[in-house]
Design a protein around this ligand. Structure first.
Ligand SMILES: *Cc1c(COP(=O)(O)O)cnc(C)c1O
Length: 389
């Protein structure tokens, strides 16, 4: 039998098919911008799902160095990772799974966000058994996802019914329609949350995500919770991003080929060339989160973006030709002078020239999904941030 191959990461790096460049300085600057917009409320950072797909560790470290001391993650496991890079920060775990995460919360000093009366009972018992540990409380003001009902929260706020050992450090709720400023649910949720915040007087209150911060002073309370804005994503359907792009994704060209007018490209033969063409076949596909819905033709779920996705290189938009496949995508480079792109060169998928949110819209989704679907095959390159408050 052969010896197992001992291959170092550095030996195989040159074979990467696509890369992400993540600008940690832009990330830190974006957080400072959101901190200004949040003022006088404190500004936290929501870095669930591996820092919106960009890497929990570098993201947490840069934000911590920028001065952020409050983080929100989805799971206790994510919280334990962030803890290693944010020693004295408060880390809130929003997907509170009880029973289950009590021990992790104690060991990593995480604050669970209790989201039902059952959670309150279980957590209170855990505190009676093992000693006090801070918690937060989520109240549902209209989204119907997580949280105590308004009546349950109001009863709990009442000193008489509050269980001994139950002392939340934060009461929070989440807006369902913050990205649509005119939506009537915003005012309703604000009014309901104001009452709850008042009932829990003395406990910090938090309502606004990125888009919520931009709804105005009234929404900011004591602590804001921006996520997508930190990563340069748009906070509403038709709003320009408030912050700078943080990530650019590029795919490498495997080969450039010529094809004749009348021939078809990719699976299904759904794309017939209308001219003699030069085609760059890139090492990127839906397995990398470059979704099949970005196909040039042959995928029908896109509604008002029939033309499909495009990349960018040498000052030109380069349309996707035919279907995006698992590991490869064809881009039309016919408009570039011959020889301007060759095997090994890069085509931008999104970044400075192709806005993240435009690519997402073309695929019928939002920047959040595009970021969090980025796969593990990218070579990730982090541009460092300076350390200033
Ligand atoms: C994800 C999330 C946020 C951050 O939302 P963005 O729209 O990314 O700013 C804030 N609060 C809660 C409860 C969340 O789940």
């Amino acid at each position: 039998m052969n010896e197992p191959h001992d291959i170092a990461e550095s030996d195989i790096d040159e074979g990467f098919g696509a890369r992400l460049t993540i600008d940690l300085q832009a990330l830190a600057d974006n957080w400072r911008k959101m901190r200004e917009h949040s003022s006088p409320a404190r500004c936290s950072a929501v870095i669930k799902a591996n820092g919106y797909g960009l890497g929990a560790e570098p993201v947490a470290t840069s934000l911590y160095d920028a001065g952020c001391r409050d983080f929100f993650v989805a799971t206790a496991r994510e919280g334990a990772v962030v803890r290693q890079h944010a020693p004295d920060a408060r880390i809130f775990v929003m997907n509170c799974i009880l029973p289950g995460i009590e021990e992790t919360c104690r060991v990593a000093e995480l604050v669970p966000v209790l989201a039902s009366m059952e959670h309150v009972a279980l957590w209170t018992q855990a505190c009676i058994d093992n000693g006090e540990h801070p918690c937060a409380l989520q109240v549902d003001t209209g989204m119907n996802r997580l949280g105590l009902s308004i009546d349950e929260a109001a009863a709990l706020a009442d000193d008489v019914t509050r269980p001994p050992g139950f002392s939340p450090v934060l009461v929070m709720s989440h807006l369902a329609c913050a990205d649509e400023p005119e939506h009537p649910l915003n005012d309703q949720q604000l009014a309901a949350f104001r009452d709850i915040a008042e009932a829990f007087g003395g406990v910090e209150a938090s309502l606004a995500n990125s888009a919520g911060i931009m709804l105005g002073d009234a929404y900011r309370f004591d602590l804001t919770r921006p996520g997508i804005a930190l990563f340069g994503g748009a906070v509403g359907d038709h709003v320009r991003p408030l912050t700078d792009p943080v990530v650019s994704a590029e795919a490498r060209i495997i080969t450039v080929r010529e094809a004749k007018r009348g021939e078809t490209v990719s699976y299904g033969g759904t794309m017939t060339l209308r001219r003699d063409s030069r085609i760059a076949i890139c090492s990127i596909g839906y397995a990398d989160g470059y979704m099949r819905a970005l196909s040039g033709t042959g995928v029908t779920l896109r509604g008002h973006h029939p033309e499909g996705g495009h990349g960018f290189a040498c000052g030109h938009k380069l349309p996707v030709l035919g279907r995006v496949t698992m590991d490869m995508t064809a881009f039309d480079i016919t408009d570039l002078p011959a020889g301007s792109l060759k095997a090994g060169d890069f085509i931008e998928l999104f970044g400075k020239n192709v806005p993240l949110d435009d690519v997402a819209a073309t695929a019928g989704t939002i920047g959040y999904e595009l970021l969090t679907l980025l796969g593990s095959r990218y070579r990730r390159h982090y541009l460092p941030a300076g350390k200033s408050g």
